[in-house]
Design a protein around this ligand. Structure first.
Ligand code: KG4
Ligand code: ZN
Length: 333
């Protein structure tokens, strides 16, 4: 079946067409329009600007997604849309657009949880991957371990107690004057620095829990940068990025190892925008090679927010019986 999907939970307006079926998981088109350049002027996402940008982009990218896929709306068998969590005004744009399109054309509609969508991006990269498995979702808004029992049943087993890992990368990036969002730039600069140059605190809370806490690390790095600035001392951004990344990577590696032991799973699936981080990918990959587990991560194009991942999850929600009515609403958290 052909699935048309939408995503507008933050600053990306996205539309995709997938061909899904028994043994078939094919991305026919995956279009993303982003307001990140405008948001960068403000050093973060301004919700009202994001909503307006979604309204301007959504119709155009829908035509584009259908064109690239070589299909018409009458060929579409299912529409899927992210209805939470995210910025409420932003979410409502795709939710209402998808609702109108579905009911005007008599196509079934399913709502998709953004986090589950991130995990489902992996099904498009790894064509034979099936639940159950352990998943770690790392993004700008989330850092959580899930026991993914089936395509649709997720149990959160641990999370961050404060900031998400992406937020920590972005806030430090902002204080260093890096382009917004800072995560990808920190990743790049970290490759050129000394990871042992500065000793930053670990985001691991203790051995007893799989939870994380990133606010202490974030504050420590920002304090380090402010102190250096006040003293007029030079900052080696590469060393700061390498040391920050090392602290995050080491704690994630340790928690993944603990979570695999605790759950008994031998499959770990990474997801979310931060899953693009080369250091984290490498660390989990080498851990899995050592402990005999299999590591999955989405291809880079499917790490950040996109609609293909929403279509993939939407397909499995549909198979599980989900259907949205004209009363479908969005939820922020
Ligand atoms: O999943 P996502 O696109 O949006 C949310 O749902 O939050 O994640 C965005 C986050 C941002 O914090 C961004 O800086 C981070 O993903 N990110 C990265 C990298 N690429 C994107 N963080 C670290 N390393 C990267 N290569
Ligand atoms: Zn996301």
């Amino acid at each position: 079946m052909y699935v048309l999907s939408f995503e507008s939970s933050c600053d990306e307006t996205a539309c995709a067409v997938l061909k899904m079926g028994d043994g078939v998981r094919e991305v026919k088109s995956n279009i993303i329009a982003s307001s990140v350049d405008i948001q960068a002027l403000y050093g973060g996402v301004v919700p009202e600007i994001a909503s307006r940008a979604h309204i301007e982009a959504i119709s155009k990218i829908t035509y584009e997604a259908l064109d690239v896929a070589g299909l018409k709306i009458s060929d579409i068998d299912l529409i899927a849309v992210t209805n939470g969590p995210g910025l409420i005004g932003a979410l409502l744009v795709a939710v209402n657009f998808a609702k109108s399109l579905a009911f005007a054309n008599n196509i079934p509609l399913v709502p998709v949880d953004h986090i589950k969508g991130h995990v489902a991006g992996n099904y498009l990269t790894h064509k034979t991957l099936e639940p159950p498995f352990l998943s770690l979702v790392v993004s700008g808004g989330h850092t959580s371990f899930f026991d993914v029992k089936s395509y649709t049943e997720f149990v959160e087993i641990a999370s961050t107690r404060d900031d998400a890992v992406g937020e920590c990368f972005d806030k430090v990036g902002r204080v260093m004057g890096l382009a917004y969002p800072g995560g990808a730039v920190v990743d790049k600069l970290a490759k050129e620095g000394d990871k042992h140059a500065i000793s930053f605190p670990s985001p691991s809370i203790n051995k007893e829990t799989l939870d994380f806490s990133f606010s202490g690390l974030k504050t420590a790095v920002i304090n380090y940068l402010n102190t250096k600035n006040q003293k007029g001392e030079e900052i080696c951004r590469e060393d700061v990025c390498a040391s920050l990344t090392y602290s995050i990577t080491e704690s994630i590696k340790q928690k993944v190892q603990d979570a695999l032991i605790k759950t008994g799973y031998n499959k770990i699936v990474l997801a979310g925008g931060v899953s693009a981080n080369s250091h984290i990918r490498e660390a989990i990959d080498s851990l899995c090679k050592k402990c005999g587990a299999t590591f999955y991560a989405p291809e880079l194009a499917l790490c950040g927010d996109n609609a293909a991942m929403i279509g993939a999850q939407g397909y499995y929600e549909y198979l599980n019986g989900a259907r949205a009515s004209e009363n479908l609403n969005a939820y922020p958290s």
